[in-house]
Write a protein that binds this ligand. Structure first.
Ligand SMILES: Cc1ncc(COP(=O)(O)O)c(C=O)c1O
Length: 422
């Protein structure tokens, strides 16, 4: 992709509707575009040659890893690995069945007990995929004629869940209680559910939960909080943004994934036992999909234990996030609304620049994710840096040095540096 070329005017948003007669024939203009932008998008689907730690191997090259979600750096914790190995020896490679019919083990029971303690909710359901679990939880609760009211920055899994359910899909402006209020008023008379995230995945800002809850409660409407990026990482005991705000009793259903704070895979819903009992039979990604593998489950229970013994990991995560974000701001870079360890570096609408800089950063040994439209607005293309508890101050400073060498001069040349005039 070169600046000003035809191909950089297009994005994945342009090829969703296929104008071919046969679904097995992808749109020819997509295939042409894919060839034209091959160099740019070779940044996607990289293959790691090691664990997704703060310093990892990209192929066979060491890089500073700010692209993986293992916020609490648990992916190679000896206690967790040992627990997973023991379970592998005792229970074998897979659970070999849906949890409803045969896939549960005593390890699944233990994990659900641990998650009940973590969330303070008495009902818990685990899923083998964070995405499928979020989709399935939403689709399991809503029906045609209902209305889901989502923060406009909600993850695709939640949006897809509403679509699958057949319920009406409405969005309120990001984190804005007044906007939520007016949509709830507009949709009154229907069964409604408000859906928000704990920490937003592309922007790294926390839900304005107290104000949003007040509005939802004033309409007597319940709330689902997706804590994919916040469970285990926020709140004094790791119970998420819900715990951070002391809102456990007021949030009807809390959802979390295991791919981020837990450095593993899967997801869970936590709610009152009768809600979870209903979901067991009406959330298809639970009932119609194989249960999490026993080794993964044992590792997840061990991760809960480790985080009770090593709360410093949560403190380090937040310290690292604050340090990195503040240093980026000092360089004049735009970190958007972030107030956490998920830190966007917003570069504007120049798609060619996004990919040129992405390659330059990677060549210099910094692994961050480029985020393009339609995942974020056209004028707010960005890199997203995930800071973790595993990053040393030295590695953060090295990353900042690379960013200062690569991104800052390019932004300055284009007059895009925040607060810096040329
Ligand atoms: C808010 C939210 N929900 C659900 C998911 C899906 O989780 P997973 O990647 O574990 O499937 C993500 C993933 O990034 C997410 O950000």
């Amino acid at each position: 992709m070169n600046s000003g070329s035809e191909s950089d005017k297009f994005s994945l948003a342009d090829f969703f509707l296929a104008e071919t007669d046969d679904p097995l024939v992808p749109p020819p203009d997509f295939l042409k575009w894919r060839r034209d932008v091959a160099w740019a998008i070779s940044l996607y689907e990289p293959s790691l040659g090691s664990a997704a730690e703060a310093i990892c191997q990209l192929g066979s090259r060491p890089v500073i890893n700010m692209a993986s979600y293992g916020y609490l750096a648990l992916m190679r914790h000896p206690k967790i690995i040992q627990a997973a190995k023991d379970a592998l020896d005792q229970f074998g490679t897979g659970s070999c069945g849906s949890p409803i019919l045969s896939g549960r083990t005593t390890l699944h029971d233990q994990l659900e007990s641990g998650l009940r303690l973590l969330t303070g909710k008495q009902g818990v359901l685990t899923y083998n995929s964070g995405f499928a679990g979020a989709l399935g939880t939403v689709a399991g609760l809503l029906r045609k004629g209902d209305c889901a009211i989502l923060d406009e920055r909600s993850h695709t899994s939640l949006v897809d869940g509403v679509r699958v359910s057949g319920a009406r899909l409405a969005f309120f402006q990001h984190n804005d209680p007044q906007s939520l209020d007016s949509i709830l008023t507009r949709e009154s008379g229907k069964r409604r559910l408000v859906i928000v995230e704990g920490i937003y995945s592309m922007d790294g800002d926390m839900a304005n939960l107290p104000a949003l809850l007040e509005v939802a409660e004033s309409h007597r409407v319940g709330m689902l909080v997706d804590e994919a990026h916040s469970i285990l990482c926020c709140g004094p005991g790791g119970g998420g943004v819900v715990e951070h705000f002391g809102a456990g009793q007021r949030v009807g259903i809390q959802y979390g994934t295991f791919s981020k704070g837990f450095s593993s895979c899967g997801g869970f819903a936590a709610a009152a036992p009768e809600i979870v009992d209903y979901l067991r039979f009406y959330s298809n990604p639970y009932g119609f999909s194989c249960a999490l593998p026993p080794a993964t489950v044992a590792g997840l229970s061990a991760a809960l234990e480790v985080m009770r013994e090593e709360p410093w990991r949560r403190e380090r995560l937040w310290e690292n996030g604050d340090y990195f974000r503040q240093q980026l701001q000092r360089l004049g870079l735009d970190t958007g609304d972030s107030d956490s360890y998920v830190v966007p570096i917003v570069i504007g609408d120049d798609r060619a620049m996004l990919y040129e800089l992405g390659h330059a950063l990677r060549d210099r040994g910094l692994f961050v994710s480029p985020v393009d439209y339609p995942s974020v607005p056209l004028e707010k293309l960005r890199f997203r840096a995930s800071v973790t508890a595993g990053h040393s101050r030295e590695s953060l400073d090295q990353a900042l040095g690379i960013i200062a060498d690569v991104i800052v001069p390019a932004m300055r040349r284009r007059g895009l540096l925040k607060g810096v005039q040329v």
